[in-house]
Write a protein that binds this ligand. Structure first.
Ligand SMILES: *Cc1c(COP(=O)(O)O)cnc(C)c1O
Length: 688
């Protein structure tokens, strides 16, 4: 599985891009030469806004593809809010300039031209992104490219349009609706689509080749810009033919740097972008008041430097105040879910199974306590197209969260649930002939997989009853799309269990062959859960159903996804002979430091671990003593001076494998994880 490129390069380039916008409004090179200033402000600086648009496409379009176009709505709402705030922020300057547009003019400013000279970026982003998301995927490239070409003819190449009277009339009409074509309709869509496509390109490390290509494209842009200028073609010079190529190669270069993400630079660049016009005004006022105009105003380069430094400083200050408060630190106990470990496990599982076989991620019981929606969403982003749950409700929860793809309900379902299953496009398991009759009586056709009982005696048609299974496939009302069984001792090494597992597999494939011999296509076949993937990796199936292995438990080569943590609530010092906890089951045999942990059996921490389990504090093992309470647990930290009130304790995680913890509680990791309580806050991270 190819690792997706790290986006740190994109974060870093936001700052120069924001400073290019500042340069665009301060003409720093004018003091040296008008040509140099033209090259910088009218040509090179034109990379900046398309860069921000491309970044938005890069992050948002893949999300919209994974989770549906509604997934961009929160971003659109936030951007709109920011735009409206910025509009108010610049209203005094706008009024001071004497700009009073009237109602229609105000509307046109708001939607197309921007409410202040640099603010057009926001409506462009809003309009462009909405447009791209509403377009069918196949139409995105051609439509956005066409719009861009139309935009060019109203911008840098206006002289060409003006040369043809009919075209000229069209543009004259357009320019009644907006001032320029550099807006959300013509300029933004292409760069957004470009960003979306770039997100799917694997990263390469070939930096020097990327840099050479980028420099070539920039030279092309320069040549084009100078040509447009010397032939006097432009109405405005904001859009160039070679700009999309420059952006593509710029991104490929930045991706090839493969730098770690720097999310802090994102709000900083936005703040610089937003604030600098006010700072230009403030600087002018300051210069006049102090008589420093020669230094701060008359030399364009020093003026630019002063505005750039002020903007950066004000931006940094602004970010300090406006930084979204980190979500409140979990007070009691929490589970850290490491999504990069999940990514690793998906890769490790894919490497074990035949190439034509796919993963069906089992996310029942709230994703084994990890959060079904978040786990399914992440898996979908990693290319997993099928999920399994135990109940219709669990499947509906995934659908409500926007999870696409196949969702198989593994449990027995009953007629009152069928219509919800149908509405949510869930696949139901047919458990037995009576169930098949109930399903056929439902009326609407439900998607089904047929369960086969090969010896576990849980759900399923006995593998010997070929006629009954064939009848399900032949029933006109039933849409049987798959056939599966479940192994009951695939994790066992004993010869008799191994023989039993093979008899289960043989019985299953014999049934599938028998159906085929009768002219029935059994559809997708699947057998293995996690243990089966490891003990019999090469079965000719279309799917495997890993649960526990996804979460990194039970097999070597996997990384545990979940770390269960809590805090030390208090420390007590016990004298020899003192007792502690319910029933006084612990007696100190020596001077003892006792830590009270803020986790109990109501959080899913097994009561059976009293006197048997361990916590890790400051990397050292602290034995659990006394009885585990509903909300609290005691442990002996005599040997851990670093254990103080408020410090963290790990209960499951690296160094305390879920399987070992479960073993100490005489259960299995599946039970331990799936019973983690609702009080345990789940915190999602990419730890890489
Ligand atoms: C729970 C379940 C799985 C996943 O099992 P793991 O051992 O966690 O991989 C697969 N198939 C069925 C039918 C299940 O019930």
């Amino acid at each position: 599985m190819s690792r997706s490129p790290r986006s740190g390069g994109l974060d870093w380039f936001r700052l120069p891009a924001a400073l290019l916008v500042v340069a665009n409004h301060t003409s720093p090179l004018l003091a040296f030469s008008p040509e140099a200033d033209h090259v910088l402000t009218q040509i090179l600086a034109r990379v900046a806004v398309p860069f921000f648009l491309t970044v938005s496409g890069y992050f948002l379009l893949p999300k919209a593809e994974r989770e549906g176009r509604r997934a961009v709505c929160p971003f659109l709402r936030r951007t709109l809010l920011l735009y409206l705030c910025a509009t108010l922020f610049y209203l005094p300057l706008q009024l001071y300039k004497g700009h009073r547009p009237g109602l229609l003019g105000a509307l046109r400013d708001l939607v197309f031209d921007g409410t202040f000279y640099h603010l057009w970026y926001f409506p462009a982003l809003l309009v462009g992104l909405s447009l791209v998301c509403l377009l069918p995927r196949r139409a995105r490239w051609p439509v956005s490219a066409l719009l861009y070409l139309m935009g060019l003819l109203g911008d840098s190449y206006y002289a060409l349009a003006a040369a043809f009277p009919p075209l000229r009339i069209c543009y004259d009409v357009l320019f009644h609706i907006f001032d320029q074509t550099r807006n959300g309709l013509f300029l933004a869509p292409l760069f957004l689509v470009l960003g979306g496509a770039l997100a799917h390109r694997p990263s390469t490390r070939n930096r020097s080749a990327r840099l050479a290509a980028l420099i070539g494209a920039l030279l092309l842009l320069l040549a084009e810009g100078r040509m447009v200028f010397s032939l006097a073609l432009a109405r405005y010079s904001t859009m160039y033919l070679s700009l999309p190529l420059v952006l593509w190669l710029l991104f490929r270069f930045l991706q090839s740097l493969d730098l770690p993400p720097r999310p802090g630079l994102r709000p900083l660049s936005t703040a610089v972008y937003l604030l600098h016009p006010w700072l230009i005004v403030a600087l002018r006022g300051f210069a006049h008041l102090t008589g420093l105009t020669t230094l701060l105003m008359d030399n364009d380069f020093l003026h630019f430097l002063a505005v750039a430094c002020l903007s950066l400083a004000a931006g940094a200050l602004f970010c300090r105040f406006l930084r979204p408060r980190p979500s409140p630190a979990p007070a009691c106990c929490w589970a850290e879910i490491d999504l990069s470990a999940l990514r690793h496990n998906l890769g490790a599982l894919r490497a074990r199974i035949p190439p034509e076989c796919a993963l069906m991620a089992v996310v029942k019981a709230d994703g084994y306590g990890h959060g079904a929606v978040q786990i399914a969403r992440f898996c979908a982003g990693e290319g997993v197209g099928a999920f399994a749950v135990a109940t219709v409700n669990e499947g509906a929860t995934l659908r409500r969260a926007g999870i696409k793809g196949d969702i198989l309900v593994l449990g027995r379902t009953f007629p009152p649930e069928f219509s919800e299953a149908h509405r949510r496009n869930l696949i139901l398991t047919v458990a037995d002939p009576v169930h098949a009759e109930e399903l056929a009586a439902f009326g609407k056709s439900l998607r089904l997989h047929v369960a086969v009982d090969t010896g576990m005696h849980r759900l399923g048609f006995p593998s010997s009853e070929v006629d009954a299974v064939a009848a399900v496939y032949r029933a006109p009302r039933l849409r049987a799309e798959g056939l599966f069984t479940h192994l009951c001792a695939a994790d066992s090494d004993t010869p008799s269990d191994r023989a039993f597992t093979h008899s289960q597999i043989d019985a299953f494939f014999a049934l599938a062959a028998n159906l085929k011999a009768r002219g029935i296509d059994p559809g997708v076949l699947h057998i293995q859960a996690s243990a089966g993937i490891y003990s019999c990796p090469a079965l000719p199936c279309s799917l495997v159903r890993p649960g526990l292995a996804l979460y990194g438990v039970g097999s070597s080569g996997l990384r545990p996804v979940l770390t269960l943590k809590c805090r030390v609530a208090a420390i007590h010092v016990l004298a020899p002979g003192d007792t502690a906890g319910y029933g006084r089951t612990f007696t100190a045999s020596r001077p003892t430091r006792l830590a009270v942990l803020s986790i109990g059996y109501a959080d899913g921490f097994p009561r059976a671990l009293g006197g048997r389990g361990h916590a890790l504090i400051a990397g050292k093992s602290a034995p659990i003593v006394g009885r585990v309470c509903m909300d609290q647990t005691l442990c002996d930290v005599t040997a851990i001076p670093a254990a103080v009130p408020g410090c963290e304790a790990v209960l499951i995680g690296s160094g305390l494998d879920a399987a070992a913890v479960a073993g100490a509680a005489e259960t299995i990791p599946n039970e331990l994880l799936s019973r983690l309580g609702v009080r345990v806050q789940r915190v999602y991270r990419m730890l890489s």
